[in-house]
Design a protein around this ligand. Structure first.
Ligand SMILES: [Zn+2]
Ligand SMILES: [Zn+2]
Ligand SMILES: [Zn+2]
Ligand SMILES: [Zn+2]
Ligand SMILES: [Zn+2]
Ligand SMILES: [Zn+2]
Ligand SMILES: [Zn+2]
Length: 1763
């Protein structure tokens, strides 16, 4: 509430002012003003005077701004003279002329709104920042290409027409340039000199004015010439936005400071957030100053205070108009490219003394302006400077010149980058020619890198980055600095195709700066192994890795630039080498030189223990050099210009030293030696190998080892390797083959060494075998990619997105996978769930390498298992030999010699020898496996060389020879081959048998090749062996199945005995099976398969089928105590877990306002079915006492839990909710199971409908007076002794008779429980078992549930009977039988009066008031309520009247009423059906016409004339069928009558069968004509109901029959249509703002502004978001939404429950894209949408949420109500 007087006063003046000004405004002439200006000598002064006079009179006149009128006045008084002056004539005419000569830009330039869809072509876009707007995209060639769709964050613009942005198809149809006028003529040529001069004048003045005002920082004064004529004491208290304070803080502070309501505070805060500032108070200086001090005081505690200024109103007014002026510029330059050109000129013109241009001034003040101002001028820059190709260039140069200053300002600024002028870089730097021009002219590359390095000031003593003591503030800045790397990426993104000398020079200068950056990173964050104690504090590592990650693509791009020019490559290589040498100036770092000798070789190196000294994971300089070295090889520069390269200066040991240390560090971490260094190291190692970093980390280290090894003696290389792995002592001793076995020192050390040996062997394999990089091996980039994909798919079949995640992306976020995937894999489409998968083609599996360098250990073992299994399935042996490798490039060719060098052979021999000892324990299986793999690699190498060679003696690679030689004296060790042969038969090596056999066979085959004998094919495997494996497999399979069965049994048993178990989540399939088993036990088979039925089955009336005593017996098992129990009226109560919910699923009127729960009378359901109560059940049965105990336990547990910590559960115990103890289905009550009522077929004469009706009317009359008497007695005190007229009692009717309740006390208790629950949920009231509405709600729920089941069966195309799951059958039976029994626990009089009122609809009764007309009653609800309430009357009748007879009469009466209802509402139905010839049903047609005409005779013109009986009868049949089917379901379940088999199968004859089952004539009209004398008067009574005619007069509100099933809304096929729709959706509450989370209601199609403050409303005293609020109106608490920006379905139930669900949109790879992160085009999957619709129709949304929340506890914590 506003309370301040000043405010009130201000508001008053506000109202007066405009009228005071009115006359002055009316006399104003824009034309005259412009004419005056034309004559002026000092135009700027004239214009300023005008502005000084008018602006403060138009803008900012009070606290309540009125933008519309302000804008209108500004247009008339301020803009109109400008336009008049500009055009020299009527502006509308002048501008139109300009528009005619306009040459529209061929650039689209459409500026994106937040959330608007943007498209990029993955095939043609120069880089991923090139995007198209939807319109251009649809008119472009790219819509047929592979495209990517994203939603814009706002700010960018459409690149259509920019030839540099697209490799192909740069224009859409609309922006295709006209060939004829392609001449780049000066746009000013078409303009008169006069006009140019005027434009120039006025643009200069106005742009200067706007710039002056927007950059103005004084609060009181105005620029010279703008001082207002009179100035009052009127101020604004202006609040500015920052990114530090939260919404809540601002709202709270404002409420305190300016004394406003929460709602106003929210609105202030929203505007501040959107526009960057907002005046929160208007008044005199003192008044505003006071608010300011409160705000500052309140927000300065936590952090920097909120920025507040008290500004004079005239300053604010001029700033408002300055913004308006900029918008005006955008507006007028749209008419003409010439005007645009002039504006550009004015903007970029320097002052007479070289002062900054106006645009420069704006840019340089950018960080000081508020958000709204920035946005407006950025938009103007985009629509002017960036649309004019000439000035875009000039602007880019100014931007580059100011670059360093702008970035520095941005670092200090706390706004997001999106609203900073620096974000324009993407528009300038990504244009290739522009980027290159800026590199050569403005040295942009160096500027960016230097600016970046300057901002990272934390260095250690060696000048390396040090991020250790990083504060939050610095971390924040660090994030800002990273945007510079984004700019660097833009500049580098397109590689030059042609190099100029200048470009070379400037690029290399940039590279120098880049190397300086790399040098600061080389060796940063070094680690030292922690021994003894665990580290105390995890060291900072993330900052360094973030930097590395951000630089990864830039490093790669730098290499690509170098690779595109030989001279640059050579120079870069030299520079990089110098940098590396500089980094390791003392490469020995003072370490001790040592000499290593082994196997007759020796090498000089240093002693360096990685486990004791410093190691760093960051080695970017080494890695860059490795990359460049491979480029030398790839481009063959190394061979063509060796003289220009410093190859001789290279010191291979120096090159490999640091990368090797890093790799050894990883090995030691794996071996568990670094455990005490904590998680930071583990994380670093993880990222080192991770797909995001490995390309410029692990991969390059490996490459560097290959570079070094290729230039070294392999023996020397291996000895250094052994030394760094700290394993040299093990293998160097002469008798290492034996010694190692005996050295059983420390078990840990042995274990460690085993792992280290494994790791080292793996490293050797990789150095020799990893050849899939162009330049190392003779491959191309596709080979490399194929190999990655193959190895991923060797683990398991994968979805597209999984593969993408596993592959490294380039700077364009492309993996290139689509180009090769089909050659190695086949695609398997998804079903209704799951996603599409790629499966490896069998032939590709041959390339599987178990030791693929990118496998993690987990990947490796999964792949090994999968591949062995595959081989077994194919009947092959399980050996996984190494694959054949491509040849190495010449520069790396010598690497293969590692395989046959003495040191390696020594190591192989040693390991094999150790393996001969089974119990040695000092070798490991994987060690042996690796040795065998290495041997295999060597053998394949030899084989390949032999195959390639003409003369075998030329092949120097002779591994077979070397492994056949025994060791020399004195040790005389056996040859490796001999050891292998020994191992072949070793029983402890069973697993390796296949591999050893493969090895020996290969050796043999090579030997034969060498001996030049005819190449013998490898020996056939013995046939018997194969047979054996088949038999074994069968046996194994049988065993597996038996085991599975046993496990399953055990699980079910465990299930039964244990209460709450998270079972479904563990095993969904199992759950299904056990459910079926249980269901089979509950539903008595007898009910469904009739054993004795003679002629026709009838479910209602005296002829109905009756169960014999035995057949009635029903025995069930309690899921909690496992005891069996017969269902008996006098037995212990058995109950079904049930869930009651309100429902609008069948509603035909979603606009009906919700009822007032306290006063609502639910007796009659309106035929629009707008609100119903649905009851469902999972079908699980318990003893009532078992359930009660269980529920109490759940309650107690919940109470304990709430005391401990306030966590939510997926169910609300306080509201009676619990999870079914067996299936965890959400439930909120239980339904008692009741036996079939025993009704014997009475033999006495039964009354006809006439007689029954008259008896019943008599009874009703008697009851009326009895009830009145009872009321009178209770109100006796009033002394109103009015004598009641007494009616004669009908025969046998005993008013004093109180029926005996047949049920046991536990059943009675459960009857009350369920009744009360239905009442409570259905009406949303507090439970009250005495309320007379309790039984009504139960009957209504029974009717509604049956109706919804009937609809579902139709929708699913299923037969009426036999297709429902057992749980639903059980539920319906219980509901119906409960309904017929619930009166026994209610007040008899209340139920009787319900019956009386229900009857009054059919049988008008003067004593009943407000009886509805038959068009306002749903007849099925009426039928069910009548049948279920009748026993309350019948129980006092002892005349022998059969209740069955009464039911039949009731059915007949209601059916006739429904017939009439249908006829009355069918009147307006268009006759669209084609009449069929051959009237088989002439009788029906005639009688229906007759009845219709009778109705017309009562109602006259209200009913249309209908001549076609055929059509009428069809309408009636179609309309009444759902009712009849519902009635059949109802009576079937009420009486347990078997169903005729014809109704269990879909097909013809349903009508006749249903009628017969219901004991109705198939010509329903006979019901009327057989009792005309009775029904004619009734008919007349119905027709004369006063509201009936009224209804018929407004046919649009009539409900017609059959009511069609409701569907979820139609969704578009293409998801982008939805995004587009959502992007134009604005928040309905905050005046045209874009909504952040537009969310579509799938039930009614309403778009909502979700998850935001603006659209929160109050619901039942709580703040809720738009979705929750809508849910209550549209879905009675249950909602289904599509979150458009997230591509996610949202289910909501009540205020606290919700979950996300997979959207029905899939990409071409059969995957959803929740969160729209991948951007593949999405298309509607109808099956999945139908599945969601089905969940909704069968009322399973809440259940689905419950299951999702149980499975994922984090869902429970989400504040669903705020969505
Ligand atoms: Zn466009
Ligand atoms: Zn276009
Ligand atoms: Zn394309
Ligand atoms: Zn039990
Ligand atoms: Zn259950
Ligand atoms: Zn809705
Ligand atoms: Zn909103």
């Amino acid at each position: 509430m506003r309370t301040s007087e000043v405010n009130m006063a201000a508001a008053e003046t506000d109202r007066e002012l405009p009228s005071a000004l009115c006359s002055e405004f009316l006399n104003f002439s824009a034309k005259d003003t412009a004419a005056k200006w034309l004559q002026a000598t000092d135009l700027p002064n004239e214009v300023y005077q005008h502005l000084a006079r008018y602006v403060p009179k138009i803008y900012c006149l009070g606290p309540n701004l009125n933008p519309q009128s302000e804008d209108l006045l500004a247009q008339l008084l301020l803009q109109a003279p400008l336009e008049w002056y500009l055009c020299g004539e009527e502006p509308s005419v002048g501008l139109a002329k300009l528009e005619q000569s306009n040459q529209p830009s061929q650039l689209c330039g459409h500026v994106f709104k937040v959330g608007e869809p943007t498209y990029s072509c993955r095939e043609c876009a120069a880089d991923p920042t090139c995007v198209l707007c939807m319109q251009c995209f649809l008119g472009s060639v790219h819509k047929e290409h592979r495209y990517r769709m994203t939603t814009s964050g706002g700010g960018g613009f459409c690149d259509c027409g920019d030839t540099e942005a697209w490799k192909k198809g740069p224009y859409c149809q609309k922006h295709e340039p006209n060939i004829s006028d392609s001449s780049q003529e000066d746009p000013l040529a078409n303009l008169s000199a006069d006009m140019i001069a005027r434009t120039y004048n006025i643009f200069s003045i106005m742009l200067r004015y706007a710039v002056d005002m927007l950059t103005w920082d004084k609060e009181e004064e105005l620029p010279q010439g703008l001082e207002p004529p009179e100035r009052g004491d009127t101020y604004y208290c202006m609040l500015f936005n920052d990114e530090v304070h939260t919404y809540e803080q601002v709202i709270y502070t404002l409420q305190k400071a300016v004394n406003c309501t929460q709602k106003e505070a929210v609105s202030f805060a929203t505007t501040v957030d959107r526009d960057g500032r907002k005046s929160v108070r208007y008044g005199d200086f003192q008044f505003c100053e006071q608010a300011k001090s409160v705000i500052v005081r309140n927000t300065s505690r936590q952090s920097k205070p909120l920025r507040v200024q008290v500004m004079h109103s005239s300053v604010v007014a001029h700033q408002c108009f300055a913004l308006k002026a900029l918008t005006w510029f955008s507006h007028v330059i749209r008419y003409s490219d010439a005007l645009r050109r002039i504006l550009c000129q004015v903007g970029l013109q320097k002052g007479p003394e070289g002062e900054n241009s106006l645009v420069d001034t704006l840019m340089l003040c950018d960080s000081k302006m508020w958000k709204g101002a920035r946005n407006v001028y950025h938009q103007l820059v985009m629509s002017s400077l960036l649309m004019d190709l000439k000035y875009k260039k000039l602007f880019a140069i100014q931007f580059a010149k100011n670059y360093q200053r702008l970035q520095t300002d941005f670092m200090e600024d706390d706004h997001e980058r999106l609203v900073s002028v620096t974000s324009l870089s993407v528009q300038l730097f990504t244009v290739p020619t522009m980027a290159r021009m800026l590199i050569t002219e403005e040295n942009l590359l160096t500027t960016i890198i230097r600016t970046f390095v300057d901002h990272l000031r934390h260095r250690d003593l060696q000048g390396r980055f040090q991020f250790e003591r990083y504060t939050a503030q610095q971390a924040f800045k660090f994030r800002r600095v990273q945007s510079l790397l984004g700019d660097l990426k833009y500049v580098l993104i397109s590689r030059p195709t042609e190099w100029t000398d200048k470009l070379r020079e400037k690029f290399l200068e940039g590279l120098d700066a880049f190397l300086e950056l790399m040098k600061c990173m080389q060796g940063m964050d070094p680690v030292v192994r922690q021994v003894g104690q665990h580290i105390e504090m995890e060291p900072e590592w993330e900052a360094a890795f973030t930097l590395q990650m951000k630089l990864t693509h830039i490093i790669s791009m730098m290499q690509e630039w170098c690779g595109s020019d030989e001279r640059v490559l050579i120079e870069a290589y030299k520079k990089c080498l110098t940098a590396l040498t500089h980094c390791h100036s003392g490469f020995a770092d003072g370490e001790q030189p040592i000499t290593l000798s082994m196997c007759g070789h020796s090498v000089d190196t240093i002693r360096y223990c990685i486990s004791q000294e410093k190691v760093s994971i960051h080695l970017p300089v080494s890695r860059l050099l490795a990359g460049l070295h491979v480029l030398l090889s790839k481009s063959e520069v190394a061979y063509r210009f060796p003289e220009q390269l410093p190859l001789s200066e290279l010191s291979p040991p120096m090159l490999i030293e640091h990368p090797l240390r890093c790799l050894v560090l990883c090995a030691q971490v794996h071996a568990g030696m670094w455990r005490r260094n904590g998680f930071s190291l583990v994380n670093q190692i993880y990222y080192y190998h991770n797909v995001k970093c490995r390309v410029e980390m692990f991969d390059k280290d490996l490459m560097m080892l290959q570079v070094g090894a290729s230039m070294m003696d392999p023996n020397h290389f291996l000895m250094i390797l052994l030394s760094r792995f700290e394993l040299f002592h093990i293998f160097s001793s002469a008798d290492c083959r034996k010694r190692y076995n005996r050295e059983s020192a420390n078990k840990d050390v042995v274990q460690q060494n085993s792992t280290l040996i494994e790791e080292m062997l793996h490293l050797i394999m990789m150095v020799v075998g990893e050849r899939f990089v162009a330049g190392v091996g003779q491959v191309d980039s596709w080979d490399e990619l194929k190999r990655e994909i193959i190895h991923q798919l060797c683990i398991r079949p994968m979805a597209h997105s999984e593969l993408v995640k596993a592959l490294p992306e380039n700077e364009n976020k492309e993996t290139g996978m689509e180009k090769v995937i089909d050659s190695v894999a086949s695609f398997k489409k998804p079903g209704v769930t799951g996603r599409g998968l790629y499966e490896l083609r069998p032939e590709s599996a041959k390339q599987f390498n178990l030791y693929f360098h990118h496998y993690s250990r987990a990947d490796q073992s999964k792949a090994e298992e999968a591949q062995r299994k595959l081989k077994r399935q194919n009947g092959e042996d399980s050996a996984l030999p190494p694959p054949v490798l491509p040849p190495l490039c010449p520069l790396f060719a010598s690497l293969v010699n590692i395989l046959q060098c003495d040191v390696l052979l020594g190591m192989l021999g040693a390991v094999l020898q150790w393996a001969t000892e089974p119990s040695g324990g000092h070798w490991s299986e994987s060690m042996l496996q690796r040795v065998l793999h290495l041997i295999g690699m060597a053998l394949l190498e030899e084989q390949q060389q032999l195959e390639g060679a003409v003369d075998h003696s030329e092949v120097t690679f002779n591994f077979t020879l070397k492994i056949s030689r025994p060791g020399e004296a004195p040790s005389n060790t056996p040859s490796i081959l001999a050891v292998l042969e020994t191992l072949q038969n070793a029983p402890h090596l069973e697993v390796h048998k296949d591999m050893i056999r493969w090895t020996l066979q290969t050796v043999a085959s090579i030997k034969t090749t060498r001996e030049r004998t005819a190449a013998a094919p490898p020996p056939e495997r013995a046939g018997g062996c194969q047979e054996e494996t088949v038999r074994d497999k069968d046996k194994a399979e049988r065993k597996r199945k038996a085991e599975m069965a046993r496990l399953r049994r055990e699980k079910i048993m465990a299930q039964m005995s244990e209460m709450q178990r998270h079972f479904i989540n563990e095993n969904k399939e199992l759950f299904q099976q056990s459910l079926e088993e249980l269901d089979a036990s509950t539903s008595t088979a007898l009910e469904h398969s009739p054993s004795s039925w003679d002629s026709v089955l009838v479910c209602v009336g005296p002829r109905r089928w009756r169960a014999g005593g035995g057949e009635r017996r029903q025995v069930v098992t309690c899921i909690l105590c496992q005891e069996e129990q017969e269902i008996r009226a006098d037995g212990r109560a058995m109950v079904l877990a049930a869930f009651i919910q309100r429902s609008t699923v069948m509603s035909k009127n979603r606009k009906r306002p919700p009822h007032d729960p306290e006063s609502y009378d639910p007796l009659f359901m309106h035929p629009d079915l707008s609100f119903g109560t649905h009851t469902g059940s999972c079908g699980h049965i318990m003893h009532s006492h078992c359930w009660q105990r269980y529920f109490e336990a759940v309650q107690a547990k919940e109470q304990r839990r709430q005391q401990r910590l306030r966590v939510h559960t997926s169910y609300d115990v306080e509201n009676g909710e619990f999870l079914c103890p067996l299936c965890e289905c959400l439930s909120n009550t239980v339904i008692p199971l009741l036996p079939l009522t025993k009704t014997s077929c009475s033999n006495s004469e039964q009354p006809g409908v006439m007689q029954w009706l008259s008896t019943t009317s008599q009874q009703i009359r008697v009851l009326h007076s009895a009830h009145r008497r009872a009321k009178a007695t209770s109100a006796a005190e009033t002394g109103d002794g009015e004598s009641m007229e007494t009616h004669p009692l009908p025969e046998g009717f005993r008013l004093d008779h109180t029926p005996v309740n047949p049920y046991s006390s536990s059943i009675k208790e459960m009857l009350t429980t369920f009744g009360t629950a239905t009442y409570k949920v259905g009406l949303k009231v507090h439970p009250n078992e005495q309320d007379p509405r309790v039984p009504i709600m139960c009957w209504a729920s029974c009717a509604y549930t049956i109706q919804s089941v009937e609809r579902l069966l139709v929708d699913e195309d299923k037969p009426l009977f036999g297709s429902l799951p057992c749980r639903q059958d059980d539920c319906l039976s219980s509901l119906a039988r409960f309904g017929s029994a619930c009166w026994t626990v209610s007040s008899l009089a209340a139920v009787q009066s319900h019956f009386i009122r229900l009857m009054a609809v059919l049988l008008p009764d003067p004593q009943v008031e407000n009886s509805p007309c038959i068009l306002h009653v749903d007849m099925f609800h009426l039928l069910v309520s009548l049948v279920l309430s009748y026993p309350a009357v019948h129980c006092q009748d002892s005349s022998g009247l059969s209740i069955d007879v009464a039911q039949l009469h009731l059915l007949h009466l209601v059916t006739v009423a429904h017939l009439v209802q249908i006829l009355l509402t069918s009147v307006q139905v268009e006759l669209t059906m084609e009449q069929e010839s051959g009237g088989v049903e002439e009788e029906e047609e005639e009688s229906v016409c007759l009845l219709y005409n009778t109705l017309r005779s009562h109602l006259g013109s209200a009913l249309r004339e209908v001549s076609s009986g055929w059509h009428l009868w069809r309408t009636v049949r179609l309309g009444i069928l759902p009712f009849l089917r519902g009635a059949a379901l109802f009576f079937h379940h009420l009486h347990g009558v078997p169903t005729p088999p014809e109704l269990s199968a879909p097909g013809v004859g349903e009508w006749e069968m249903v009628c017969a089952y219901l004991s109705l004539p198939s010509n329903l009209l006979q019901l009327f004509y057989n009792h005309q004398e009775l029904l004619q008067p009734l008919l007349q009574g119905w027709c004369s109901h006063p509201s009936l005619r009224q209804c018929l007069r407004s046919p649009e509100t009539l409900i017609r029959f059959p009511r069609e099933s409701n569907k979820l809304i139609e969704l578009p096929e293409d998801y982008s249509a939805l995004i587009n729709q959502a992007s134009s959706f604005t928040c309905p509450k905050s005046g045209g703002d874009k909504s952040r989370a537009p969310t579509l209601c799938l039930v009614c199609g309403t778009m909502l502004c979700s998850q935001s403050y603006c659209c929160q409303t109050e619901l039942e005293g709580e703040d809720v978001g738009a979705c929750t609020a809508h849910t209550f109106a549209c879905g009675s608490g249950v909602g289904i939404f599509l979150r458009v920006r997230e591509s996610q379905v949202l289910f909501l139930a009540g205020k606290t429950k919700g979950c996300f669900y997979a959207p029905p949109y899939l990409d071409d790879y059969g995957e959803t894209d929740q969160g729209l992160r991948r951007g593949n085009p999405l298309h509607l999957c109808r099956e999945r949408y139908r599945k969601i619709q089905k969940l909704w129709r069968q009322h399973s949304i809440t259940e689905e949420i419950g299951h999702a929340q149980e499975a994922n506890q984090t869902l429970v914590g989400i504040d669903w109500q705020h969505l």
